[in-house]
Design a protein around this ligand. Structure first.
Ligand code: ZN
Ligand code: ZN
Length: 446
C-alpha cells in the first residue's frame, strides 16, 4: 500500500476509535480507598550510601537499627552490603554468646522495635534466651520504605582475593541472589570474573545490577593500572570512611584522587574507553562509639540526580554520571553544557571552599616509572605531573571551567576548610565533594 494512503487510513482510524474519558470509566471509580499521591517527578537530588555492614556479616548492629539511623539522618536510599551474603535467609539465628555486639546492642534493638517485632528463642514463660532471629531484608524493608522518600537497594559486598593474594572487594547493587566470590589468577582477572558473574545474573533476571570496586588501597590490593585495564568496571570508591583503606595513599602508593586520574588517562588515551566514576561511601561497621578507629556511618555518601527514587532510576543516573560524591560538602548544582563545567556550593556558616578542576591534556607525557618495595617487588607506577594536572583552582562558592577542547577529561573536586564530621585519620581528612569526569565533544573530522 502506498505510504501516503496508509497514513490517511491511520488518521481516519484514530478519528473513529471512541476515546473513553477516565471520568466515565468505572475502572477509575473508588469505593472509598485512598489513592496514594503520585511520587515526586521533578528532577531532584537523592542522598544515599552504597556500602554498609550489619550483623548479617561483620557489622555491629541489627539491620533494622542501621536502616533506622540512615532514614533519621536525611538519607533517601541505602544499600546494606554484607560480605558474601545477601540478607535473604528466613531462618538465621544469632548465638549471642558468639556475637558480643548482638548481645550488647540487644536492649537498644528491643527498646526501639518492641517485643512483638523482636524474635528470640525464649520460651513463652521464660525471660532467658540465647539466640535472636536476624530478620531478612524482604521482611523488614516494608517498615522503612516509602515511595519518593526512602528506598532500600539489594546489595552484597563480593569479598574476594586474587590468586596473587590481593584483596578484591566489589559491591553489587540491585541483585536478587548472592554472587559467590569468583576468584582469579590475577587482580584484573578476579575483578573481571566477578563483573562477568554480575552481568550473567543481570541478564538472567532482566534487571540492571551495578557493580563498583571498593577501597582500592585496602591492603594495597588494587592498583590504578589494574582498574584502568578492566574497562567493564565503571565505578570505584574515591572515598571510603574506614581507617586503613588509605584514601590518602603513602610514599609508595598513589592516593585515590591520583588513582582516579591515572585510570582515566590510561582508559581514554590508550584504550579508547570511557572514564571511571567515583563514589563516596561509609563502609560502616560500628554505630555507637565515635572513636576515630571505628567504621562509622555519616562519613561518605552520594547525591544522585533523578526524577524517581527507584533502584533502576538511581542506577540509570549513576551510569550517566549525574551524581557527585561527598564527605561533607553539598552542591546546589553542577552542569556541563559541552563547553563549560560549572558548579555551585551550598555554603555552611564560617566555612571556605577551594575548587580544583583536574584533567589530562592531549600531548601529555605518558612515561611512567615502576615503584618497588624494600624487597624489590614492583608495586605500581609513578607518572608525570601531566597526568591529572590541576587545570584551574579557585576559591568561593561558585566555580566554572571552560574546556579548551584538548583535555582528555575534566573533573572537579571541592575542598572545605573544615574536617569531616567523624574523623577516621590523624590528621583528619577535609570535607570534600567530587563531581564526575566529562569529556569535550568529539571534534568533527576535517
Ligand atoms: Zn571491603
Ligand atoms: Zn565493606
Amino acid at each position: 500500500m502506498p505510504r501516503k494512503i496508509a497514513r490517511r487510513l491511520c488518521l481516519l482510524l484514530v478519528g473513529v476509535v471512541p476515546m473513553i474519558s477516565p471520568a466515565a470509566d468505572p475502572f477509575y471509580e473508588s469505593s472509598g480507598g485512598e489513592t496514594p499521591p503520585p511520587p515526586a517527578s521533578e528532577l531532584r537530588w537523592w542522598k544515599g550510601n552504597l556500602h554498609t555492614h550489619t550483623l548479617w556479616s561483620d557489622g555491629e548492629e541489627y539491620p533494622e537499627m542501621i536502616v533506622d539511623w540512615y532514614k533519621r539522618n536525611g538519607y533517601q536510599f541505602l544499600a546494606l552490603s554484607d560480605h558474601n551474603v545477601f540478607a535473604e535467609s528466613e531462618n538465621f539465628w544469632i548465638e549471642l554468646a558468639r556475637r558480643p555486639a548482638a548481645a550488647h546492642h540487644f536492649p537498644g534493638y528491643l527498646a526501639r522495635f518492641g517485643k512483638d517485632w523482636v524474635e528470640t528463642d525464649a520460651a513463652d514463660d521464660a525471660s532467658t534466651f540465647s539466640r535472636v532471629r536476624l530478620k531478612p531484608l524482604h521482611e523488614f524493608r516494608a517498615l522503612f520504605e516509602e515511595p519518593g522518600r526512602f528506598l532500600l537497594i539489594n546489595s552484597e559486598e563480593i569479598t574476594d582475593r586474587s590468586g596473587t593474594g590481593k584483596s578484591v572487594h566489589m559491591n553489587a547493587h540491585n541483585l536478587n541472589e548472592v554472587i559467590p566470590p569468583q576468584g582469579g589468577a590475577t587482580v584484573r582477572e578476579t575483578i573481571q570474573n566477578n563483573l562477568n558473574a554480575v552481568k550473567s545474573q543481570s541478564e538472567r533476571i532482566g534487571r540492571d545490577i551495578l557493580p563498583h570496586l571498593n577501597h582500592p588501597n585496602w591492603e594495597w590490593g588494587v592498583t590504578a593500572e589494574d582498574l584502568a585495564y578492566v574497562t567493564d568496571e565503571r565505578f570505584f570508591e574515591v572515598f571510603n570512611g574506614v581507617l586503613g583503606v588509605h584514601n590518602e595513599g603513602d610514599e609508595l602508593h598513589a592516593d585515590t584522587d591520583r588513582i582516579w586520574d591515572i585510570i582515566n588517562t590510561i582508559r581514554i588515551a590508550e584504550l579508547n574507553a570511557p572514564p571511571i566514576f567515583g563514589l563516596a561511601v561509609d563502609d560502616a561497621h560500628h554505630y555507637h562509639d565515635t572513636a576515630f578507629h571505628n567504621h562509622l556511618p555519616g562519613r561518605g555518601w552520594i547525591f544522585v540526580r533523578s526524577r524517581y527514587l527507584t533502584p533502576e532510576h538511581i542506577i540509570r543516573a549513576l551510569r550517566a554520571g549525574d551524581f557527585y560524591a561527598s564527605s561533607g560538602v553539598t552542591l546546589r548544582d553542577f552542569q556541563f553544557d559541552g563547553e563549560t563545567y560549572q558548579l555551585e556550593i551550598e555554603p555552611e556558616e564560617g566555612v571556605t571552599y577551594v575548587t580544583e578542576f583536574f584533567g589530562t591534556r592531549q600531548g601529555f607525557d605518558p612515561a611512567s616509572e615502576p615503584v618497588f618495595d624494600a624487597a624489590g617487588v614492583e608495586l605500581t607506577h609513578r607518572y608525570s605531573p601531566d597526568v591529572g594536572e590541576v587545570l584551574q583552582r579557585s576559591e568561593g562558592t561558585r566555580a566554572s571551567y571552560r574546556l579548551t577542547g584538548d583535555e582528555l577529561y575534566v573533573r572537579a573536586r571541592v575542598t572545605a576548610s573544615v574536617p569531616i564530621k567523624y574523623p577516621y585519620s590523624d590528621p583528619p581528612a577535609p570535607r570534600r565533594a567530587w563531581t564526575q569526569p566529562v569529556q569535550p565533544p568529539a571534534r568533527p573530522a576535517n
